[in-house]
Design a protein around this ligand. Structure first.
Ligand SMILES: *[C@@H]1O[C@H](CO)[C@@H](O)[C@H](O)[C@H]1NC(C)=O
Ligand SMILES: *[C@@H]1O[C@H](CO)[C@@H](O)[C@H](O)[C@H]1NC(C)=O
Ligand SMILES: *[C@@H]1O[C@H](CO)[C@@H](O)[C@H](O)[C@H]1NC(C)=O
Length: 335
């Protein structure tokens, strides 16, 4: 069931078609360029978009706000994104961290590389930049230096329910940062990490230079089993909130879910083409980046419209599950 929910409401709910696999009760979605119709593009950037974040906090969900209720199908989700170019060695050349709100993009940091937010009632997000940590000031729509960390950072993750941040430096040191950004402590257990992602139980996932995926649970590091050996590319992704103790992982052209217990399972997606960034955390409204554009997928709109008929027929089999997700409120998430 968990896996079915993942099929239903996560990964690329754009145009999809079901390709029969050898296994009859198993459906695989093959992701092609048709997944990215112009009608779903909500923003066109000048460079590749390499990170997307939809904060699941009061930046997007005002518990007491009915004033924004008027057009619930028209998303006005606030999304952070990072642009970069690739150099000859495959390294990234910073092109800025931006906030996208109502179709309007504002650059917040020239050298911002990653964004993270907790699932609480706060109205902020945290950014990793070349000179330390920044926090989002929603009122003034700008980034402000946070705490005293001044390292060259490439990845950041925010622990829910405390002030703990995990940050990864360009030379691959991981710090646990506490006391409002003023205290940092090296996490020696994590070596060769390239990116950090937390699940909703605050387990810390990362992948390494040799494209292996690990999870830090408490003090213990576990390698995720069941993923292909010798992969040439790995992405780890902020999970949709229906996955509580795991994160999506894309290894080469296949999607998996990696769990806190060190196992993984195939998630039924085959990528003929791959997005450059993923934001599926809000589950029923997801964003993906492809060829310098941000695309928005509103699962309910797709289901109830004539748009994207192939995906629609795929989803129609799963309306009960979608209904179940849709009726979960954000307070369920936090329960
Ligand atoms: C992965 O690479 C190692 C070392 O080159 C090799 O021994 C192993 O057979 C490879 N595994 C797969 C599944 O290709
Ligand atoms: C690991 O966790 C997943 C998700 O909770 C579960 O489906 C699976 O059975 C667990 N595997 C083991 C070996 O505990
Ligand atoms: C996240 O933190 C908030 C505030 O501390 C708490 O109410 C909520 O239950 C937590 N959510 C999860 C998924 O743990």
């Amino acid at each position: 069931m968990k896996l079915l929910l993942f099929f239903t409401a996560s990964l690329l709910a754009g145009l999809a078609y079901s390709a029969p696999t050898s296994n009859d009760d198993d459906e695989t979605l093959v992701v092609t360029a048709d997944f990215f119709p112009e009608s779903l593009a909500v923003y066109t950037a000048e460079h590749d978009i390499v990170k997307l974040l939809v904060p699941l906090n009061a930046l997007n969900f005002e518990d007491d706000a009915d004033e924004e209720e008027e057009s619930s199908s028209d998303s006005d989700a606030l999304v952070f994104f990072v642009q970069a170019d690739k150099n000859e060695n495959g390294g990234l050349v910073d092109q800025g961290l931006f906030v996208l709100k109502n179709g309007q993009a504002t650059k917040l940091l020239d050298h911002g590389r990653d964004a993270a937010a907790a699932n609480d009632d706060t109205k902020t997000a945290y950014f990793a930049a070349n000179d330390g940590i920044y926090a989002y000031n929603a009122k003034d729509n700008k980034a402000e230096k946070y705490g005293t960390v001044n390292d060259d950072l490439i990845s950041i993750a925010k622990v829910n329910g405390s002030d703990v941040l995990y940050v990864l430096t360009a030379d691959q040191v991981v710090y646990k940062v506490t006391e409002e950004g003023t205290k940092k402590e090296v996490l020696n257990k994590i070596v060769n990490a390239k990116e950090l992602i937390l699940d909703y139980q605050n387990n810390l996932y990362y992948y390494t230079n040799d494209n292996k995926v690990y999870v830090l649970v408490g003090d213990e590091v576990k390698q995720i089993s069941g993923l292909p050996e010798n992969a040439s590319s790995v992405n780890i992704i902020n999970p949709p909130f229906v996955i509580e103790n795991g994160v999506p992982v894309i290894v080469d052209n296949k999607a998996y879910v990696a769990y806190e217990n060190g196992t993984s399972e195939l998630a039924g997606f085959d990528f003929q083409i791959k997005p450059t960034a993923y934001a599926m955390e809000a589950t029923l409204i997801q964003f993906y980046a492809y060829e310098k554009k941000v695309y928005e997928y509103n699962i309910l709109t797709i289901l109830f419209s004539e748009l994207l008929s192939e995906l629609k027929s795929y989803l129609e089999d799963k309306t009960d599950d979608i209904q179940a997700i849709a009726t979960r409120s954000r307070s369920d998430l936090r329960a």
